[in-house]
Design a protein around this ligand. Sequence first.
Ligand SMILES: Cc1ncc(COP(=O)(O)O)c(C=O)c1O
Length: 365
Amino acid sequence: MAIFKPYISSESIKLVNSTLKSGHINEGKNVEVFENLISKELKIRNALALNSCTSALHMALLSCNIKEGDEVILPAQTFVATGTAILMCKAKPVFADINIGDGNISVNSIEKKISKKTKAIIVVHWGGYPCDMDEINELSNKYNLKVIEDAAHALGATYKNRPIGNISNFTCFSFQAIKHITTGDGGLISLKNSVDYKRCKKLRWFGIDRKKTKFNDLNVRNSEISELGYKYHMNNISAAIGIGNLKQFKKIQKKREKIAMLYKEGLKDIDGLLQLNYKKNRISSWWMYNFRVIERGKFIKMLKKNKIPYSAVNTRIDKNPLFGTEDKSLLNQNIFDKQQISLSTDPSLKIQVVKNYIKIIRGGW
Ligand SMILES: Cc1ncc(COP(=O)(O)O)c(C=O)c1O
């Protein structure tokens, strides 16, 4: 049983229908509407809609001029895309440890991993819970490093009352099938600096600014490409799904929060179940409900027997031979990887069903 279910609003279906009928299916008006809507609703600045968060991470690294020989620090507690984007720039991913209390990258560990070659840090708001951004930005100023936020799980999260997407120079979101808001597949990069924004706007479509280039007498776009670009833009069909879904975001997010709060209260004081320590100065987007269980194997057997959906969602990525070998010196990561587990906060879950899951878990394993 899956812990995530794609959410498609009825308005998305209508909008996709009309977009298909219109024939304007490539990047166009819908993409602009989607970008404006998400900027307005979620205070995400300079939003550029893309075809994935992986593309967004790649463009963020390109904006930081990450090249062969550079090192980029990241947590192993993430999805492989955080690391593959670094490899796409021919740079070296360097894994830092996480906080055992929340699963996010540890500031102390980042500092220990900084070398002369380090150029940037990618932080991942794992499960939607924002990282220690003040401390991370302080460190990046001290060592002159760029910070990229991988906010694939964190749409709608806030840090000290500031929305994620409004803090750092580069924030990357995902609208892949099972994220808070899906566009089928899709992503977004938010760029603080308008020079980076303008550059990425070109890079997302082969280095061409769609709006600024005119068609000539041959009915061909007059492009003068000066920098290698990519096919990373979002199209109007995806944007149509996104627009319809975004309008429901606040409603579905409230439901996620409600479910998370039920788990938080209901799973208190259980032997062998360790809740994560989420600070009051930030709000998670609760992509799932994460915690640790000492005897995870037995716990999973009990969940399976009772048909309670669960997943570890992301397991450490440094174990993939692509990245070298698992870094056993990441002591918290070693423990977290053996104990972490997540329950569903999917908005389609009925409150009574969640209460029943809690009751069953409280019964022991
Ligand atoms: C932390 C993280 N970063 C990046 C990505 C990549 O997102 P996308 O599939 O939109 O490229 C994911 C996907 O799930 C993710 O979980």
